[in-house]
Design a protein. Structure first.
Length: 183
């Protein structure tokens, strides 16, 4: 048993570090959601921000859009030309994807400065890509509402998680001390 632990020390360290960081960030996210009362920013600050920024992007590309709080659930409605096309829920704000991304980056840490910079840059890329995803999805749902399942459940999750995977591959192959030390 000791031989196996020694042989797979780096794998075990990665798994433990990933799970610990993921657990801490997830608990922090849970606390944030429970402390968010929704009185100023409905349903919570990040979801509201993502909805407002998506709305601004939609308007900037020529769509007459607005966002309003959804009365039946904690979300924001996206309305294009008076037609309700999508809702922005807490899961749409990319925080859970960013938590997953950061947990991996920290578990495969490189130099401290590089890890912080890449983690920050990756969060910005994921956040921006998520805004673009919401805008394109909203426009797609406005024009092709019958394709909701394909767009929302297949294409766009594949694109957002594909982006995260590509960022991970860049990180592992270019910056991680763990992989570079074993090469």
């Amino acid at each position: 048993m000791r031989e196996l632990i020694t042989k797979y020390k780096l794998v075990i360290r990665f798994i433990i570090t990933f799970l610990v960081v993921y657990g801490i960030l997830t608990i922090g996210h849970f606390i944030y959601l429970n402390l968010s009362d929704g009185s100023k920013f409905y349903p919570d600050y990040m979801t509201n921000l993502v909805a407002r920024q998506s709305n601004s992007l939609l308007n900037s590309i020529g769509y007459n859009s607005e966002i309003i709080p959804h009365t039946g659930e904690p979300s924001m409605k996206i309305i294009i030309n008076g037609e309700f096309v999508a809702r922005v829920i807490e899961g749409c704000n990319a925080l859970s994807v960013i938590i997953l991304f950061l947990s991996f980056i920290i578990a495969f840490a490189g130099k401290l400065k590089t890890t912080i910079f890449f983690g920050f840059a990756g969060c910005i890329i994921i956040y921006a890509f998520n805004l673009i995803r919401i805008v394109i999805l909203s426009v797609g749902l406005y024009h092709y509402p019958d394709q909701e399942y394909l767009m929302h459940k297949v294409v766009f999750p594949m694109l957002i998680y594909g982006t995260v995977f590509l960022l991970w591959m860049v990180w592992v192959n270019r910056f991680s001390k763990t992989v570079n030390a074993n090469a």
